[in-house]
Design a protein around this ligand. Structure first.
Ligand code: HAM
Length: 420
């Protein structure tokens, strides 16, 4: 019978045979962050829930249906963070980061929480990597943020992805566009799903994002946002495209990208895996010039992106890319007899102090059992210390790959392993 204590639905354990793969991807992400001069920011995993309600938006699926909300003992309402942008902007304002050097380009890694129907590539606790660049409206910054994501996916060796970009315009453009969408959708109102009928009244752009087939068919001929951009938004979007072309970053313009969060203005983009199934958005991002104002700050435009690790790993496995190797100990220490033990313990400690990883299992006593363990752990070398060796001031160093062994002075063993 299955144990009644199991992991919550939509979550999973990252076990040792997978965690090294995560580490590999995280290392590449941190490397790209260093190359673009982004600094790490770590915010709490829960925040006041109104931070998300105000910014991600009351009519977004995340706020309407997916937030893990709870009341604390003093009656305050918090939410497990469903995304990272609003908390980063909250922290940016609260800590006055606009006045501190090297603080406007930030990256983060960590778990996010959304109560959604779990499926391949979609979980209730998932892990995001993301960046936020706060303080500039310059289209060069849009380009650099997109270039960061492109470089990250490229460095991992991924090929089957496509960059899609759009401009959602500013408040000005949106007013006319929303009106046009309402006019277009109203005759089809009865054919829309119940969610979209509600969206049509409150936020008609959300209809464009609906995954229900019948709604998708209706959206096909809907007016395009690009026809409603004002001069400034249009010029901004042209410039972003120009930079992407100059740097040979391939993209397509997809006017249907509206993104599932309400804080976006102007540039919006997604990196889509062209072979994954329904959950195929590897990375999503965009500009959010009004978000800081919604959270009590002023004049702090920004742009960023986030992606889920789970989908990234699925894509990498699909494309048969290397995901690093498990890290095995360098040395497996074999001790024979009680007399050798005290010397062995000191030596094990010295090796570890010198940065050499050592495994030792005190439960195994026979040579045979210890040698079997040595091979199982995948160590490079076995060090063997018995009474004979101890009396001669020596230790046996055995290369476990080719079986070759040498006797080494006890005093030289740390150095002999360090140089390998
Ligand atoms: P988002 O599109 O909601 O944007 O999520 C970004 C990415 O997180 C998705 O493309 C996907 O890879 C991953 N993701 C989202 N939900 C799940 C889930 N339930 N399970 C697994 N992976 C998931 C944001 O979160 C914005 N904060 C991005 C951003 C940053 N925009 C500007 N700056």
């Amino acid at each position: 019978m299955a144990n009644k204590y199991s992991v919550p639905r939509g979550t999973y354990d990252i076990l040792p045979d997978i965690s090294y793969k995560w580490q590999f991807v995280i290392d590449v992400f941190r490397t790209v962050a260093r190359e673009f001069n982004y600094k790490e920011i770590i915010t709490p995993i829960f925040e006041r829930s109104d931070i998300f309600e105000r910014s991600v938006g009351e009519t977004s699926d995340i706020v309407e249906k997916e937030m893990y909300k709870f009341e604390d003992k003093k009656g305050r309402i918090f939410a497990l963070r469903p995304e990272g942008t609003a908390p980063v902007v909250r922290s940016f304002i609260e800590n006055g980061l606009s006045l501190k050097p090297n603080s406007s380009k930030l990256y983060y890694l960590g778990p996010m929480f959304r109560y959604d129907r779990p499926q391949k590539g979609r979980y209730r606790q998932f892990y995001q990597y993301g960046i936020e660049n706060i303080g500039s409206t310059n289209p060069y910054v849009d380009f650099e943020v997109i270039a960061f994501a492109y470089m990250f996916l490229s460095k991992l060796g991924l090929k089957n992805f496509e960059l899609q970009i759009n401009s959602i315009g500013c408040e000005n453009c949106t007013k006319d566009y929303d009106r046009a969408l309402k006019e277009y959708f109203t005759p089809f109102e009865n054919d829309l799903c119940s969610d979209c009928r509600r969206r049509l009244k409150k936020n008609p752009k959300r209809v464009l994002d609906c995954k229900v087939k019948s709604c998708k068919v209706i959206t096909e001929d809907a007016p395009s946002m690009l026809d409603y951009l004002d001069e400034e938004c249009s010029a901004h979007f042209d410039q972003v495209q120009e930079y992407l072309k100059q740097m040979d970053i391939p993209f397509i313009v997809n006017p249907k990208i509206v993104r599932g969060l309400d804080y976006y203005t102007q540039t919006a983009f997604e990196f889509i895996d062209t072979t994954l199934g329904a959950q195929n958005t590897l990375i999503g991002g965009g500009r959010y010039d009004k978000l800081a104002e919604q959270l009590g700050g002023k004049n702090l435009p920004g742009i960023g992106f986030a992606g889920g690790f789970e989908r990234l790993l699925l894509s990498m496995e699909e494309e048969k890319l290397s995901l690093g190797k498990p890290v095995n100990p360098k040395v497996y220490f074999i001790v024979l007899g009680d007399e050798a033990r005290a010397t062995a313990f000191r030596l094990i400690n010295n090796l570890r102090l010198s940065g050499i990883s050592v495994e030792y299992n005190s439960d195994k006593t026979s040579m045979n059992a210890q040698m079997k363990m040595a091979n199982k752990t995948g160590a490079e070398f076995a060090l063997i210390l018995g009474e004979d060796e101890l009396n001669k001031g020596k230790i046996i160093k055995k290369n476990l790959a080719d079986g070759e062994q040498e006797n080494i002075d006890l005093n030289d063993i740390v150095n002999s392993l360090k140089s390998k």
